[in-house]
Design a protein around this ligand. Structure first.
Ligand code: FE2
Ligand code: FE2
Length: 244
């Protein structure tokens, strides 16, 4: 019998934030915050709406600020990053800046599998939008279904024991509470949570709902965090720190 002990698995400190909405006028620089985060955490997760209007110029400003980040950066785009139809260019600028931008893929960093997809809207529970009626309605539901299938494929790729899912849209209503009820169907879809609950994950983060609650759970009991920068977090900062 060997007396060599297996070391306890160290946790990864993940800083997570969404909805940076970087604007062309560069009204808010993230340089100092990224520097601070690099001292506080091992990985930075960005949960979409990285730019305000999806302009390449906005992505370039964010890319400049990301130079202050000395830890790996992984994340997804949000709906705002699609606004100008320049999402490919925006993605390339961020990838060139070293960000691991996920769109239905996974990446492993220090023993943790990160899965990322933007997600889409469609509503929650029994009230979610069904595949019925006009072609435009069916197309809407198809978009949600496509995102959930891409999420599922990405989750199947994960080999690590610990994992984190990064979304832009919300998978549950817990974390969008205090947004107006009328817009819930546009804030996310529980089809995302149904897919995630077929797997075991350590945390799910999302943004998109600027008003809402930090912490919630999927129907299967897995922890969900709304990390939009506007949400009040235990850190008292615009970013959350999650130990994975
Ligand atoms: Fe946003
Ligand atoms: Fe958004």
């Amino acid at each position: 019998m060997s007396d060599v002990q297996t070391p306890l698995q160290a946790t990864l400190k993940v800083a997570a934030m969404g909805d940076l909405h970087v604007r062309e006028d560069n009204a808010e620089s993230y340089r100092d915050l990224f520097g601070e985060i690099s001292r506080e955490a091992d990985v930075l997760v960005l949960a979409g709406d990285l730019t305000d209007l999806g302009k390449p110029k906005e992505a370039e400003l964010l890319a400049q600020d990301l130079k202050a980040c000395s830890i790996p950066v992984v994340g997804v785009l949000g709906n705002h990053d699609y606004e100008c139809g320049a999402q490919e260019e925006v993605s390339q600028i961020l990838r060139d800046a070293g960000m691991k931008l996920l769109d239905g893929q996974s990446v492993e960093i220090d023993g943790v599998g990160f899965v990322g997809v933007k997600g889409f809207a469609g509503g929650f529970g029994r009230r979610m939008l069904g595949y019925f009626g006009e072609p435009a309605m069916k197309q809407f539901v198809n978009e949600t279904m496509n995102e959930t299938l891409r999420l599922e494929n990405a989750m199947r790729q994960v080999r690590a024991k610990r994992s984190m899912v990064i979304l832009h849209y919300a998978p549950v209503t817990d974390t969008i509470e205090s947004e107006p009820l009328e817009i819930y169907p546009f804030l996310g879809s529980s089809r995302l949570a149904e897919t995630i609950d077929r797997f075991k994950v350590n945390a799910i983060v999302h943004g998109h709902a600027h008003r809402g609650r930090f912490e919630g759970r999927t129907p299967g009991g897995q922890p969900v965090y709304n990390v939009a920068k506007h949400i009040e977090k235990p850190t008292g900062k615009p970013y959350a720190i999650l130990e994975i």
